[in-house]
Ligand binder design. Structure first.
Ligand code: PLP
Length: 414
């Protein structure tokens, strides 16, 4: 057996398809978001980060940094065990109370990541329900798919946000059979919203539980940052809300919020929760500070939406193929993995702009794109710099031949 050769061939195939992944070696500069040093082959150079999921810059906020340092000084570095065996610090208890309150639920449970919370909760809940069928949106995140697979329950995949299809599938099942509908509030690659209210209506009609991933919405939507379900007044209609502490909250970890019975059952049965050391106190302290801050401060949320709108407006004005997205995410169409990578290389080398190419398997083949995430800290000057750099790159790679751009608008912009 040529073990090494098999791995080399696997990577060669990825390279051949133009989707070999190179990680940017970044050194973030606390307090100077969105600037960072990129440790490239010619030494570190300053770049502007335009693709971070630290959507509000909370990872460098004074409140979160202060809370992290304070937690280390008081409790030390590691939690020292699993939640059951000495790893539940008082900070974990406070964070879970904060999250239950955020979502108006009886209880919350924190996991080491959003990925783990989806995988562990969906698989455990579906296994506990007798003869459960999982109905899953086709665009659901890999971590939810892992949960569906891990449950080994029968699954039905409904076409993305297609209510008629979902209803058809629900109607094909006996009314009394256990059903779990899993979906997201913001789909992060296209930036569209899930049909939360209509799906809740179907869940009521067909006697199903609802599981909503609010990873790309918590902290950013709703009067207190409770997500899109909070913004729409629908939190009480969702059985299990799931979120992350790693994106808008700028820290790390994932969680669910639900009834006391559901949370207690998951806490008692999910291997992904039970058999791993709990989050470090610094992370938990910082996350609690972040959640608390964003419950009362709305400035970040307002500015975030305003900046996202400004970027979409400016990029469209210079003729770039900005995909329709009602949320804070700004996808720009390329449609080819090799050109997508070339575009981002040029942006980095020539313009000091860091945007990671989004290629298969993160998005379907043929829909490769740049995924731009404006934050409250991307000022007008940076937006203009981005627009001009993208126009330059589009010209240089002749991307406008594929996505015709208005020549006059381009001339005026460059
Ligand atoms: C990022 C992401 C997750 C995983 O969250 P992490 O905290 O990064 O592990 C789950 N669901 C969706 C939709 C995501 O985009």
């Amino acid at each position: 057996m040529r073990y090494e050769g098999i791995f080399e061939e696997a990577v060669a195939k990825v390279r051949h398809e133009g989707r070999y992944r190179v990680f940017a070696d970044l050194e973030r500069q606390a307090g100077r978001f969105p600037y960072a040093y990129n440790h490239g082959p010619v030494g570190p150079g300053e770049v502007v980060v335009w693709c971070s999921n630290d959507y509000l810059g909370m990872g460098q906020h004074q409140a979160t940094r202060g809370a992290a340092c304070a937690a280390v000084e008081r409790l030390g570095t590691g939690a020292g065990g699993t939640r059951n065996i000495s790893g539940t610090t008082h900070l974990h208890v406070l964070l879970e109370q904060e999250l239950a309150d955020l979502h108006g639920k009886e209880s919350a449970l924190v996991f080491t990541s959003g990925y783990v919370s989806n995988e562990a909760t969906i698989s455990t809940v579906a296994q506990l329900l007798p003869d459960c069928v999982i109905l899953s949106d086709e665009m659901n995140h890999a971590s939810m798919i892992a949960g569906v697979r891990g449950s080994r329950c029968p699954k039905m995949i409904f076409r993305h946000n297609d209510l008629a299809h979902l209803e058809e599938l629900l109607a094909s099942l006996p009314h009394d059979r256990a059903k779990l509908i899993a979906f997201e509030s913001v789909y992060s690659m296209d930036g569209d919203f899930g049909e939360i209210e209509a799906i809740c209506d179907l869940a009521d009609k067909y006697n199903a539980m609802t599981y909503l991933d609010e990873v790309h919405a918590v902290g950013m939507y709703g009067p207190r940052g409770g997500g899109v379900a909070e913004a729409l007044g629908l939190m009480d209609r969702i059985t299990i809300l799931q979120g992350t502490l790693a994106k808008a909250y700028g820290c790390m970890g994932g969680y669910i919020a639900a009834s006391a019975a559901v949370v207690d059952a998951v806490r008692s049965a999910a291997p992904g929760f039970i058999f791993t050391t709990s989050l470090a106190p610094a992370v938990v302290g910082a996350a609690t500070a972040s959640v608390r801050h964003l419950k009362t401060s709305t400035a970040e949320r307002r500015r975030h939406q305003e900046r996202a709108a400004a970027v979409k407006r400016r990029l469209r004005a210079v003729g770039l193929p900005v995909m329709d997205s009602p949320s804070h995410i700004v996808p720009v169409w390329v449609g080819d993995p090799v050109r997508c990578k070339q575009a981002t290389d040029l942006l980095l080398e020539k313009h000091g702009i860091y945007i990671q190419p989004i290629n298969y398997p993160t998005v379907p083949k043929g829909t490769e794109r740049l995924r731009i995430t404006p934050t409250p800290l991307h000022e007008d000057g940076l937006v203009e710099h981005l627009a001009r750099a993208l126009v330059d790159v589009w010209h240089e790679l002749r991307l406008d031949d594929r996505n015709p751009v208005d020549a006059e608008v381009l001339a005026a912009a460059s």
